[in-house]
Design a protein around this ligand. Structure first.
Ligand code: NDP
Length: 254
């Protein structure tokens, strides 16, 4: 019921990147349940997520774009403005991770992670922020970071991922300061290990090594991030900008 009140998103248009599966899919469905029209941007399409939202009585459509390619992002954002009139919320979620130690990693691998996780979020935030400013929208941008932006995960090595997420946290603070005068809020979300294709498709011995390091001895579920996403997206977070919201089951505090 609280979704009708201060957490409600009726009349809002929310863009979610990488919502064909995983955290993005759960976020897209949750934002739609809170009343937003949802537009999904991904490389391979998000038909299943769109169907789930429409079956549930919500409004959604998807567009194909690679977040690292500025002309594709600009074309998708222009299409959304044409179809939906405005963008109020961006959940900048698309990302990848490569587990490889620094000396065995290629520069191409480093670049691909930085390109999608950091530069891709910057390209999306810039394109959407521009439309918010042009249309006088006091919107909310939520950039997906990770606890890896604060700590170094073990035992797997993933320097490119950790650096990309630390960059997302500070990019969010930078844009928050730059756009506060327009009424645009920019925050980052930093989950711990969450059970999705990204974290499940790892060798069993790695998952076993993570288990004792997690204070709750389990991964989070994507649904356990949803309240944080709805909070940052909604008027409830009217005084919250430039914040990194960590939802990690206590991983970074011990
Ligand atoms: P998934 O691998 O399940 O989903 C990632 C999504 O990103 C896919 O739908 C993919 O779609 C999309 N994507 C990847 N590259 C691009 C691109 N260049 N352009 C557009 N879309 C792209 O990941 P999760 O749901 O686990 O993760 C989502 C976010 O949460 C990521 O940023 C991740 O770093 C972060 N995160 C995840 C954690 C976890 O434990 N799972 C923990 C902390 C943070 P497609 O291939 O169709 O483009």
């Amino acid at each position: 019921m609280y979704l009708d009140g201060i957490f409600g998103l009726k009349g809002k248009t929310a863009v979610v990147t990488g919502a064909g599966r995983g955290i993005g899919q759960v976020a897209a469905c949750g934002l739609a349940k809170a009343g937003a029209e949802v537009v999904i941007i991904s490389r391979s399409g998000a038909e299943e997520t769109v169907d789930m939202i429409i079956r549930d009585g919500g409004k959604a459509y998807d567009l194909k774009a690679d977040v690292t390619k500025e002309p594709e992002v600009d074309a998708a954002v222009a299409e959304i403005i044409k179809s939906s009139g405005k963008i109020d919320i961006l959940f900048n979620n698309a990302g990848i991770c490569i587990h490889k130690d620094t000396l065995s990693s290629s520069i191409e691998e480093w670049r691909s992670v930085i390109d999608i996780n950091l530069t891709g979020e910057y390209i999306m935030a810039r394109a959407v922020g521009r439309t918010m400013i042009e249309n006088g929208i006091k919107g909310s941008i939520i950039n997906m970071a990770s606890m890896s932006g604060t700590i170094v995960n073990i035992p797997q090595w993933q320097a490119s991922y950790n650096v990309s997420k630390a960059g997302v946290i500070h990019m969010s603070k930078s844009l928050a300061a730059e756009w506060v005068g327009y009424g645009i809020r920019v925050n980052s979300l930093s989950p711990g290990y969450i059970a999705t294709p990204m974290s499940e498709d790892v060798p069993k011995d790695l998952k076993n090594a993570w288990e004792p390091l997690m204070p709750m001895h389990r991964m989070g579920k994507p649904e356990e991030l949803l309240p944080a996403i709805l909070y940052l997206a909604s008027p409830a977070a009217g005084y919250t900008t430039g914040t990194d919201l960590i939802v990690d089951g206590g991983y970074t505090c011990i």
